[in-house]
Design a protein. Structure first.
Lengths: 429, 475, 521
């Protein structure tokens, strides 16, 4: 009977072409099937809890015109591909394509009504823009830094592992010389930022307390490739990604742990695109710790009687799993929450927009460096939402989120303290 | 012209004798008497059309009249011309119990309609104990409020046939084609039906109308709640409506309830005025067609819960009236068809000031009205107050009735002045007069100037010669 | 950019808008206007829609008025949009169009919990209003445009939301309106006419000008722009926060069982299903009563294209929900109402010979899908399996009448299959006002395929003409928009009236021509 049915001729309607290369044809497919329904602009209707916190897209919420939305980018994609608009015709093309924090809010909401990959489409468009018009001025420093130092912060390689300098007693291995199954991959920002180093230190101490045998790559650690990937500099991403996979395989690590949500999403999802076999699994430190606590309890010594609200970093959440049409948009949602609930005295209160429908911090996709005001505006929206919960502090686990949220908080009358989950854990330990 | 009219309707149906003209020049309102040139009794739509077309030719105003009695002045020929009397078009054209609707002509009265629907276990959605001669169709067109607020549709109007002021026929809603069953009022094109509603016969003459009907309950119970004032009544009614309790639900002041119950007996009236509380909420909980007692049971339970929470008393009677529930139910289900109109118990007319507001403001307006009443020498017991929750209690129709002897010129003038002054004050305080009759129209439209301008544009489209009931509303 | 022909006075017009709205609130550049002429159907692809020349963002009634007055001054068309959902008729069809986007008009001015209404601006979505209403024990329905669409626009367009069965449908849900007419004058209706801050009531004064705004369907921007509207909210026995579990796209929702139930009851034929709907209506039970076509079940259920077509080929729904009626009972009064209505429902099912669908199909479908019809009715899911869908021969009259109409729809759909895809009989019939009337619609999937588009559009045009002809012959029809009115108005004798009204309010024919009715062609 199925044989007699009049079915769509285009096989892509029968099954989304997930395995097909992400090329112009795929972009067209995604863009032309936009029905202008506006789910990309709003939190899924089933999850809206108030009028105030009903939006999902920072770019659209700030800039208002539909051109600055998932739907608008679909329209733009078609116009560019058809040659109806030239890539360099309108300076606003750059803004529309590169302001976006690549948070995946639109992408996730879109998946509630169709099979599509909006964020991948944006990345492709960015890459095409760079090919056709040229790299952005704002990205040049980052690209140069990667070329010279394999990190995005123009820091010499030797500084890479400096956070571990004073931790010789902990017995953290140098995996270039020693063996361990667990690699702690700190990432550029956690690893090199003076402000955030302490968090990595705390995290390392916690892992050691839990008896984890792990090591680092020392000053051989390279950027995961997330910033060039998100900003459309795909060649650089490929270089770094392949190099990292090769290294991790060669070292025989079985588990790559990272505290950075950006690294996590990249290692876990985007590295699959590179076509290289990965002999290791990638976990965020909170995932790993939460697994450990099921076997062995963390013994906290101190009570911290405060209320906290957890901010879901996009790349730890909705952007942290490879897409499978029809499958849940899973992410690392419960693990950090369980950890927080386990700390004595902590009361966890939720913001309205959480998990796969969380509001972005504003720091991703290159917006932090290239569109600072927008990034900070986005952060301020999030901070306001956090304040409305009545929580004392906002907790998260992503260096970009923390940095951008703190930057956004400058100038706000009532400040919200931003605390990394590992720092909070350490305080209780 | 008279002879031309006679050619259309027959000589016996064109009346220009003084007595008839006198009769049609005034009504139960305080509107200035205005004589028509002739009263033309029509029997069918074709005749209506022809009369209206003739009026266009001659540029003579036409004022439609469907009821045997009028209370607002809307059917008086303010600028002379012809009164077209549709009361003789009094057929019930179709009863459709499956779709719960009925199709009626303008002359059909509420008691007539109610009686005809009984055998189909249906009820019409009539307003509060209307005068037996009131046209059901006109009543609905003029938005007289239904008694059952649980029906969110608010009015029972379905597709209708209209003779436009040009004499053309227009069918609203799905009646626009005979293939349908005339059940849906929107369209064709736009919601033309809305232009004829509240229009006081200025936008078209409706020659038949489909109306919604509802189930005639076989089992029902009446409940009464006494209140000292409307502010006490507001929260209970809000809660009752919010929890979907009850069918008919309305509040009457002592004067009105006494007038209703006494049935013309002045001795009884006086006794009731002594014993009844200032206000009474009348609530009917009706059984549905299926398992009626079970529905009554759970709704009653909810009512008692609400009463306990808000601390009010639900009674079987008020004022010690024996069998009050049965009496009210009987009056609701068997609309009086004799000529003793309950509202004329005290005097031969009542002049009503009515508007739409929300129940939480009702007492404030009542205070204003009673203040004016006192200033004009009327006591609280001489003002009839009726509050009708609308559409789930989200608003209410609020009416103040002042008895007035139409044969006493001084009294007419005094009550007339009272009403005008009261209305001015009420409008300023936010009372919304959705049905502005007589002098009220100018007060309302001078505030709603944009609306009036648009209405006038609309009127030009429908009535280019301005012949249909000129002088009403803002026309 | 190709295809943008500029008005000869473009710069002057731009300056005028900037002066009225502020510089950042007007755009005319290619990239911006490009985002405003797409829609869910092929017209953009076929080139029958064009980009607007300007996109403007007024903030409030007075700025909207300024824009419209400028349009009148220069005699250029404007299209006001709400969320611009699917943009069916808001894709410009002629050059020099100004698209009035309400992105700065997203305020909920007021929610009066006691008197159960909200005053909103055009960008406010139904989801926003739901959320705020639910907090207060109140509710508003969502039509298939779904809850992320504009509440104002939804009320103006059609609005046959599921719970309209009990609570009334959109045209009855509108209270006071503040509205800029095409000529630039501000019109306030209902209680707003007396007090611009008080929108609690919608009628009058006197004749009701809300009649101009819509009929069976809306005016498609042809009567100016509504800038503020008061809408009814309704009592709601549900939780303050919408219950949803799981993650996109596999969320489920279960409302408290003592107040909300679902049943799906099937019959041997459509007449049986409709009889059932009649009996439910007469019994005055139920919150939602809908006879969905098979495709509706799977459109809303499937969470991926593969899942859709796999399940479709298995005939899970075709073999189980044909002629089935979905009934949701709501215990508004108390849980005892729910119990009572369940008993009555059992009586009716037994009397009418209905059978509940198989439990496994019920369990498969209800937790994932049913509550869409209460919360958001997300019609965009109808696009999933083939890129687009069509909805034609919408009709409203009695439930019995709907049966006749959808049956002619079967034959008609068969005739045009392909390109209509397998749909198992597109017969959606909803019961409203406790069964006083029935709304029927014929929806079916078609493939949005650029290569076969030419053939598809030819057939669609033929289908559309037949559809309109059917409407003219039977007194019903889609009558969506100007071109339809141009055909229907003479047949149903409203031609002169509607053109008279349009001329009175839009003398320069600037309000989204050719809507509400063509005046110049």
């Amino acid at each position: 009977m199925a044989d007699n049915m009049i079915l769509p001729k285009d096989p892509r309607y029968l099954k989304y072409p997930l395995e097909a290369p992400f090329d112009e044809e795929k972009v067209r497919w995604i863009a032309s099937n936009c029905s202008r329904c506006s789910v990309c602009k709003w939190v899924d209707s089933w999850r809206v809890k108030s009028a105030k916190y009903a939006r999902i897209c920072p770019q659209h919420s700030k800039y208002l015109y539909d051109s600055h939305s998932g739907q608008g980018k679909c329209d733009l994609a078609l116009a560019l591909l058809d040659g109806k608009i030239k890539w360099d015709e309108d300076p606003e093309i750059k803004d529309i394509l590169f302001q976006c924090t690549m948070c995946g809010g639109c992408d996730a909401m879109d998946k509630s009504i169709r099979d599509a990959e909006l964020v991948k489409m944006y990345r492709w468009l960015r890459a095409e823009y760079i090919k056709k018009v040229g790299p952005l001025e704002e990205h040049k420093a980052m690209l140069n830094s990667l070329k010279q130092y394999d990190n995005v912060w123009l820091q010499p390689r030797m500084k890479r592992n400096s956070w571990a300098k004073d931790l010789a007693d902990l017995g953290i291995k140098d995996l270039n010389k020693e063996k361990a199954e667990v690699l702690l991959f700190a990432g550029c920002t956690y690893g090199l930022s003076e402000e955030l180093k302490g968090t990595v230190v705390n995290m390392a101490k916690i892992l050691k307390k839990m008896g984890v045998d792990f090591g680092t790559l020392g000053d051989q650690e390279m950027c995961c490739g997330s910033p060039p990937s998100k900003t459309g500099n795909l060649a650089e991403f490929e270089r770094l990604g392949k190099a990292n996979i090769k290294k991790f395989n060669e070292l025989g690590v079985k588990t790559v742990l990272t505290p950075c949500a950006g690294c996590y999403g990249t290692l876990r999802v985007e590295y699959e695109e590179l076509g290289e076999k990965m002999n290791f699994e990638v976990l965020h430190v909170t995932e790993y710790l939460e697994q450990l606590t099921q076997e062995k309890k963390i013994e906290y010594k101190k009570e911290i009687p405060i209320s906290v609200t957890w901010h879901d970093p996009c790349h730890l959440g909705r952007m942290s799993r490879p897409y499978v049409p029809g499958k849940d948009l899973e992410g690392v949602y419960e693990e950090p929450r369980n950890i927080l609930r386990g700390i004595p005295g902590i009361e966890l209160v939720e913001m309205e927009r959480i998990k796969e429908y969380a509001w972005c911090c504003g720091g991703g996709g290159g917006a932090f460096t290239s569109f600072k005001e927008f990034a900070q505006w986005t952060a301020q929206q999030r901070l306001e939402e956090a304040k409305d919960t009545g929580a004392d502090i906002l907790v998260t686990s992503c260096p970009w989120c923390e940095t951008n949220l703190r930057a956004g908080g400058i100038g706000m009358e009532e400040k919200m303290e931003i605390v990394d989950i590992f720092d909070l854990m350490m305080e209780a330990l | 012209m008279i002879s031309e009219l006679k050619n259309i309707v027959g000589a016996e149906n064109v009346l220009d004798d003084q007595e008839t003209l006198e009769r049609f020049s005034r009504d139960q309102s305080l509107a200035q008497a205005r004589k028509p040139l002739a009263v033309v009794k029509v029997k069918n739509t074709e005749e209506v059309q022809k009369v209206v077309k003739l009026a266009n030719e001659k540029l003579i105003p036409v004022t439609p009249s469907s009821s045997g009695i009028h209370f607002t002045g809307a059917s008086l020929p303010s600028q002379g011309g012809i009164v077209i009397d549709l009361s003789g078009m009094n057929k019930i054209l179709e009863i459709d119990p499956r779709n719960r609707k009925v199709k009626i002509e303008p002359g059909v009265t509420w008691p007539q309609l109610q009686e005809a629907l009984k055998e189909h276990d249906q009820i019409p959605l009539n307003p509060l104990f209307p005068h037996p001669q009131t046209s059901a169709l006109t009543s609905a067109l003029e938005r007289e409020p239904m008694l059952i607020p649980k029906y969110e549709y608010g009015d029972p109007i379905l597709p209708m046939e209209v003779v436009l002021p040009t004499g053309d026929i227009f069918l609203t809603g799905t009646a626009s084609d005979s293939h349908t069953q005339g059940a849906y009022p929107e369209g064709p094109g736009i919601d033309f039906y809305r232009f004829f509603v509240g229009a006081q016969g200025t936008m078209g003459i409706v020659t038949w109308m489909n109306m919604k009907t509802e189930y005639r309950p076989k089992k029902q119970k009446a409940y009464f709640v006494p209140f000292n004032d409307l502010s006490e009544a507001a929260d209970p009614i809000y809660r009752i409506q919010r929890r979907h309790v009850g069918n008919e639900c309305f509040v009457l002041s002592r004067l009105l309830l006494a007038s209703l119950l006494c049935e013309g007996d002045t001795g009884e009236f006086d006794k009731l005025m002594e014993s009844l509380p200032p206000y009474t909420l009348c609530l009917i909980i009706a059984g549905a067609p299926r398992r009626p007692l079970e529905r009554i049971e759970y709704e009653e339970e909810a009512l008692m819960e609400i009463a306990a929470t808000l601390n009010f008393q639900v009674e079987k009677t008020v004022g010690g009236v024996s069998g009050l529930g049965t009496k009210i139910i009987d009056k609701l289900r068997n609309l009086p068809s004799n000529e003793n109109y309950w509202k004329t118990t005290v005097e031969n007319s009542t002049q009503e000031v009515f508007f739409t507001t929300t129940m939480d403001k009702a007492q404030e307006f009542a205070d204003t009205a009673l203040g004016y009443a006192a200033a004009y020498g009327l006591s609280i017991d001489e003002v009839g107050i009726y509050m009708q929750p609308l559409e789930r209690g989200r608003a209410c129709h609020l009416s103040f009735a002042f008895p007035c002897n139409l044969e006493n010129e001084q009294e007419k003038e005094s009550i007339g002045d009272l009403c005008v002054e009261l209305c001015k004050d009420l409008i300023n305080d936010g009372a919304f007069f959705t049905r502005p009759y007589g002098p009220l129209a100018d007060m309302v439209y001078s505030k709603a100037t944009g609306y009036a301008t648009m209405l006038k544009e609309l009127k030009k489209v429908f009535d280019p010669n301005g012949i249909l009931n000129p002088g009403k509303l803002c026309y | 950019m190709e295809n943008i022909s500029r008005h000869e006075r473009h710069e002057e017009i731009l300056n005028a808008f900037e002066a009225a709205l502020g510089e950042g609130n007007v755009k005319d550049n290619p990239v911006t206007v490009n985002a405003y002429f797409g829609d869910w159907l092929p017209p953009k692809t076929l080139g029958t829609s064009v980009p607007p020349e300007f996109v403007v963002l007024p903030n409030g009634t007075l700025e909207a008025q300024a824009v419209i007055k400028i349009c009148n001054r220069f005699k250029i068309p404007f299209i006001p949009v709400g969320s611009n959902q699917w943009s069916m008729t808001s894709a410009p069809n002629r050059p020099h169009t100004v698209l009035i986007d309400c992105k700065r008009m997203g305020t909920i001015h007021e929610i009066d919990e006691k008197n159960m209404y909200a005053v909103i601006e055009p960008l406010v979505s139904l989801a926003q209003l739901h959320a705020e209403a639910n907090k207060r024990g109140l509710y508003i329905g969502s039509p298939e445009a779904s809850a992320q669409s504009s509440a104002v626009a939804g009320h103006l367009f059609q609005g046959m939301w599921g719970v309209g069965y009990r609570l009334g449908v959109a045209y009855r849900n509108i209270l006071g309106i503040e509205w800029v007419l095409p000529n630039g004058e501000i019109l306030r209706t209902g209680s707003f006419s007396q007090d611009a801050d008080n929108g609690f009531w919608g009628e009058g004064p006197g004749p009701d000008l809300r009649g101009m705004l819509r009929g069976y369907a809306g005016a498609m921007g042809g009567v100016g722009m509504v800038t503020k509207m008061a809408v009814k909210l309704h009592p709601y026995p549900g939780p303050k926060v919408w219950p949803a579990e799981g993650h996109i796209p596999n969320m489920t929702s279960t409302l408290p069982e003592d107040r909300f139930t679902w049943d799906i009851v099937k019959y041997d034929d459509l007449e049986g299903a409709i009889n059932f709907m009649y009996e439910i209506g007469k019994a005055e039970i139920g919150g939602v009563v809908q006879k969905w076509p098979t495709v509706y079940y799977i459109w809303w259920w499937a969470n991926s294209n593969e899942e859709y077509w796999t399940e479709w080929k298995k005939r899970t729904f075709q073999d189980n929900v044909k002629n089935a009626v979905g009934v949701s009972l709501w215990g508004f009064t108390s849980s005892k109402q729910t119990e009572y209505e369940k008993r009555v429902l059992e009586d009716i099912i037994a009397e009418t010979g209905g059978k509940r669908i198989k439990q496994e199909v019920f369990d498969q479908w209800v937790p994932r899908t049913a509550n869409n019809w209460i919360r958001d009715t997300n019609g965009s899911r109808m696009m999933r399996p083939s890129g687009t869908f069509l909805a034609l021969r919408l009709q409203t009259d009695t439930l019995d009448f709907s049966v006749g109409q959808v049956k002619t729809g079967y034959k008609w759909v068969d005739k045009f299959t392909p390109p209509i895809l397998d749909s198992d009989g597109p017969d959606w019939i909803g019961g409203y006002d406790f069964g006083h009337f029935g709304f029927g619609e014929t929806d079916f999937p078609v493939e949005k395929n650029a290569e076969s588009l030419g053939d598809l559009m030819g057939k669609l045009l033929e289908m559309t003409k037949e559809d309109v002809q059917n409407g003219l012959e039977n007194g019903v029809g889609p009558f969506l928009g100007g071109p339809y009115h141009a055909m229907a108005a003479p047949a149903f004798k409203y031609d002169k009236l509607l053109r008279g009204i349009k001329k009175a309010i839009d003398p320069n024919i600037v309000s989204n021509p050719p809507h509400q009715i063509p005046m110049d062609e």
